[in-house]
Design a protein around this ligand. Structure first.
Ligand code: M6R
Length: 365
């Protein structure tokens, strides 16, 4: 079943190009300018009335909700709120307007997410599910939804289910954007970018050997920071979660500019920082944050866009990712941090597929 891989997590990381193909299959319009979903149970006129989205999930799924928020607000200009499912169900949040709820859950059995779904439905809202398990409790109770179609995920640390959720969030942003302001031409460009995602992920995976060598050098540390901005802030959270889950290294994710408001106190030669610094408007800002870490002797691991350069001597380790459309960037940027946490955990001799204290689906409160 492992097909020559050492662990399910490794297999599932390398399966991602195919998994993304499966999540996209049959989901673009014939004119190639938008995404379509069969199971929303919501016609275009109803969909047009939605003035706000609410996304709920736990753990890694909550991170994919945060990326969906970024892309929907950025491209469709519709406000989105994200909440931990476990908090939403008891928070009694005031809701106004005409929101549409999405619950995000790979397993479809997470009890907190199910509780949040029931609470939203009790209040009279329609709840759709983004889910990987056909026939799961959440899939059955939701008012419709989108299946991820990535096949079973065995490793406790979510990998291919996460990037597939990022892809579906990006497709949803496109779907909503094309019903509002996005032009046909921008839609076609967006669709082509999504179609290129599997190949870009394949390219990012080619860095595996290089990342393994870096991981061996990082495996001795006990604290690490992950720093990213905009759509890569949630990927920083995901990198930190992945690392702590499987290697038991204490790790935190922050927006890079937040560092100076507290976490910078942790920086010294024993606390490396992984920075996402893709090319674009905030590249220089991220570089300044790296300089602040370097000035305090913190080891810097920089994830940058292929072809870009950093000031001489700033980064101790550099990992590149291929240049890509904004909608695909979170997916591509996830690959190096999955590989990094996987190889660090292997170097520390941890039980990668079955980390201590964790279950694949959390069916208790
Ligand atoms: O099955 P779900 O997507 O509802 O699971 C939610 C979380 O329990 C899950 O993502 C958890 O954080 C993973 N272990 C992350 O790797």
């Amino acid at each position: 079943e492992l097909n020559g891989y050492a662990h399910f997590m490794e297999k599932e990381i390398f399966e991602q190009p195919a998994a993304l193909e499966n999540s996209m299959r049959g989901r673009f319009s014939e004119d190639g300018s938008t995404a379509k979903f069969g199971g929303l149970n919501l016609g275009p006129v109803d969909f047009r009335q939605i003035d706000r989205f609410a996304f709920l999930g736990c753990g890694t799924a909550w991170h994919s909700c945060l990326v969906a928020e970024h892309l929907i607000e950025r491209f469709a200009r519709v406000p989105v709120e994200v909440d931990y499912a476990s908090e939403f169900r008891y928070r009694n949040a005031p809701l106004s307007g005409n929101p549409l709820f999405f619950v995000m859950s790979q397993s479809g059995e997470t009890i907190d997410t199910l509780g949040a779904l029931r609470e939203a439905q009790r209040k009279g809202y329609k709840v759709l599910a983004i889910n990987n398990t056909v026939g799961s409790t959440i899939a059955r109770e939701a008012d419709g939804g989108i299946y991820q179609h990535v096949g079973p995920e065995i490793g406790v640390a979510s990998t291919k289910a996460f990037t597939s959720q990022l892809l579906i969030g990006a497709m949803l942003a496109l779907h909503v954007a094309r019903m509002r302001d996005m032009s046909f031409a921008d839609g076609v460009e967006y669709v082509n970018a999504l179609k290129s995602a599997p190949n870009l992920v394949r390219k990012a995976l080619e860095q595996a050997g290089h990342i393994k060598a870096i991981a061996q050098r990082l495996a001795k540390y006990n604290d690490m920071l992950f720093l990213g901005r905009l759509s890569l802030f949630p990927i920083a959270l995901e990198g930190a979660l992945k690392l702590k889950e499987i290697s038991y290294i204490h790790a935190e994710g922050y927006p890079a500019a937040e560092m100076k408001h507290g976490p910078i106190a942790l920086i010294n030669e024993l606390c490396p920082s992984v920075f996402f610094a893709p090319k674009g408007e905030i590249f220089n800002k991220v570089v300044s944050s790296m300089q602040e870490v370097k000035a305090r002797k913190g080891p810097v691991i920089a994830i940058i866009t292929e072809g870009c350069e950093l000031p001489e001597g700033l980064a101790d380790e550099v990992i590149t990712i291929p240049d890509c459309h904004e909608a695909v960037l979170p997916i591509v940027a996830t690959i190096p941090v999955q590989l990094l946490s996987y190889y660090i955990a292997v170097a520390r001799d941890c039980d990668v597929d079955k980390p201590r204290n964790l279950a694949k689906s959390v069916t208790v409160e």
